[in-house]
Write a protein that binds this ligand. Structure first.
Ligand code: SOE
Length: 378
């Protein structure tokens, strides 16, 4: 079996999901390549050493430039806060490494464009970890739309609701709370949560052509973890936007971290002429399907438990009826990436595909500022 030596930078929540995926993938998928946990990199030596031991990395580094310079690393996995994605990705591309980058690709579309150009110039394989595409029920939704089972699409509806930033005492910035610091994150819920919804939406329903948005920052000032000073909050705590797709369908998207009671309510619904689909992360193995051609006495919404061998990814797991979860979406992504490596192809979404989401996020934030519709260049 051929090996692919991974050098992962950052070891937070995503570092754990990715490390788990690399460790599990060859047990469940027949692949030409096996990822090797060669090195993990982070600034705090004591903690990165402990992480390396816990997850079985062969070595560790405290300087990402040294990691990229190593000859024994084939692929760089970027799990850092968003403000470091660009510099690391460009350096990794210039060193000829493959790159797996956490979402969102960058803080802004300008940064994303520089990253795309760097990987295109270097010709390195790449992907961005938009994991929810690889929930089997979501992949099945895409298949049904592609097969024309919904007919003409009229509406797309998506939400990503959380409630973890409601407390005014929560500081911003630093290792645990960089998502609240615009300098590190780029934006708030738009780049963090809506980016997921947009990635899935564009993948399933095609390009978005225009948006009009509204954002709100409910807590205007927070103590900054790194300086101890109370500073202005520049992220969007909530964002809602309307969109038009190039295929003529209309859409409504909403994300917030102030929806008391919701921890990760990520949902989508698609209404077509012939059928509708609905999915909810809290019940991630189920796809709700309404098929208008069913005229029987039991017509109505069907609750499809996506766990059979002929449904996406499921033949690689247990027996029909037994479900899988969140962590498996990352395993699927690694499996697809490794299958691509064997063919010399990048796994979707590539940097260039993820850049489309970046452009839409920028347009959403621009519209929220101007109060105007913003067109997305095709
Ligand atoms: C934020 O709380 C977060 O962890 C996002 O950063 C992830 O992308 C999302 O999948 C879950 O929520």
């Amino acid at each position: 079996m051929k090996t692919l030596n991974i050098g992962m930078i950052g070891y937070g929540f995503m570092g754990r999901t990715h490390s788990n995926a690399y460790s599990q993938v060859n047990h469940f998928f027949d692949l030409e390549y096996k990822p090797i946990l060669k090195a993990v990199c982070a600034r705090n030596e004591e903690r990165v050493k402990a992480f390396a031991e816990q997850w079985g990395y062969e070595s560790y580094e405290t300087d990402w430039r040294k990691l990229i310079a190593r000859d024994d690393i084939d692929a760089i996995d970027i799990c850092t806060p968003n403000n470091l994605h660009k510099e690391i990705a460009i350096a990794a591309a210039e060193a000829g490494k493959m790159i797996l980058c956490e979402k969102p690709l960058a803080r802004t579309a300008d940064e994303g464009e520089e990253m795309c150009q760097a990987i295109e110039k270097a010709g390195v394989l790449n992907t961005v970890w938009y994991n929810y595409r690889r929930v089997p029920a979501v992949t099945l939704a895409k298949q049904l739309v592609d097969d024309g089972r919904l007919g003409r699409i009229f509406h797309y509806r998506a939400n990503f609701l959380q409630d973890w930033t409601i407390s005014a005492d929560l500081p911003q910035g630093g290792e645990a709370l960089w998502r609240l610091d615009a300098e590190a994150a780029g934006s708030g819920v738009t780049g963090d949560l809506l980016a997921h919804c947009i990635d899935t939406a564009v993948w399933i329903n095609g390009p978005i052509s225009s948006v009009t948005a509204m954002t709100e920052t409910f807590i205007k000032e927070r103590t900054h973890t790194l300086t101890g000073e109370v500073t202005k909050v520049d992220i969007d705590d909530a964002c809602s936007f309307l969109a038009r797709f190039a295929n003529g369908s209309t859409a409504i998207f909403e994300a917030t971290r102030y929806a008391r009671g919701h921890k990760a309510l990520n949902t989508l619904e698609i209404n077509g002429e012939k059928a509708s689909l609905s999915w909810d992360l809290h019940d991630l193995h189920r796809l709700q399907v309404f098929d208008h051609s069913d005229e029987s006495i039991i017509r109505g919404w069907h609750n499809v438990h996506v766990s059979d061998g002929d449904q996406p990814y499921m033949k690689n797991w247990w027996v029909p009826g037994l479900q899988i979860g969140y962590e498996h979406t990352f395993i699927h992504h690694v499996a697809d990436f490794l299958a691509g490596v064997a063919k010399g192809e990048s796994a979707s979404p590539t940097f260039r595909e993820a850049q489309e989401t970046q452009i839409i996020c920028d347009a959403v934030l621009e519209s929220a500022k101007s109060g105007q519709w913003v067109n997305i260049p095709s």
